[in-house]
Structure formats: C-alpha cells, structure tokens
Design a binder for this molecule. Structure first.
Ligand SMILES: [Zn+2]
Length: 113
C-alpha cells in the first residue's frame, strides 16, 4: 500500500502537476543556490540592515491570493520576518501563482455551463 503524506510538500505538489522537472531545472540553472541555514544580509523594514538566515517558509503572495509553500527565503535575525527572496526561489513562487491563476477560471467556467 502506498502511503500518501498528508499536507504534502511543495515539491510533491509540483511533481503531481508535472512541473517539478521544469521548475527545478530552471532553479538549478540560476546562479548560486542558497542553502538553508546560510547567512546573508538584507534590509528589514523594521530593523534596517540586518543579518539574515535562509530558511524554508510558506510565503503568501503579495496580492493575498494564496501561499507558496516551503520557499527558501532570507529571514531577519532580529524579528523573524521574511526580508529576502533569493532568485532561485522565484520560479517556485511563480509556478504556484500561475497554477492558482489557471485553476480559478477553470472552476468558474464549469459552474456556468
Ligand atoms: Zn527585522
């Protein structure tokens, strides 16, 4: 019997959607890949210039339409807010975003017919 993880990871989600290879290949091609726990520097809205630690976080889209899960981001060492998103993480966020965008019209169209 195959066990299915409840909640699932973002990677598993991408694999189900057939996007995993495409997204990861693109992510790998991008410059320096950050690793979780790695230190960086960024500007925090509340603390100014701070040191950051790269961690996996669920990041809400700026328009509030959803959340990109387990995205590697720079977290402010002082207040714990997400203050930096490395370029390697943007394909994952974009993929999650466009999946939501394409899923929504499909549902409403089915309702109408
Ligand atoms: Zn801060």
């Amino acid at each position: 019997m195959k066990k299915r993880r409840i909640g699932g990871s973002f990677d598993a989600f991408l694999k189900e959607e057939g996007l995993y290879e495409e997204v990861t290949a693109r992510a790998i091609k991008r410059v320096i890949a950050r690793m979780p726990g790695e230190k960086g520097k960024a500007i925090c809205e509340s603390d100014g210039r701070v040191s950051t630690t790269f961690r996996y976080r669920d990041v809400p889209f700026s328009d509030g339409s959803g959340i990109a899960k387990k995205i590697l981001v720079g977290v402010c060492d002082r207040c714990g807010k997400v203050v930096a998103i490395p370029p390697q993480s943007t394909p994952s966020i974009r993929a999650a975003n466009s999946l939501l965008a394409t899923a929504a019209p499909r549902l409403s169209r089915r309702d109408r017919s």
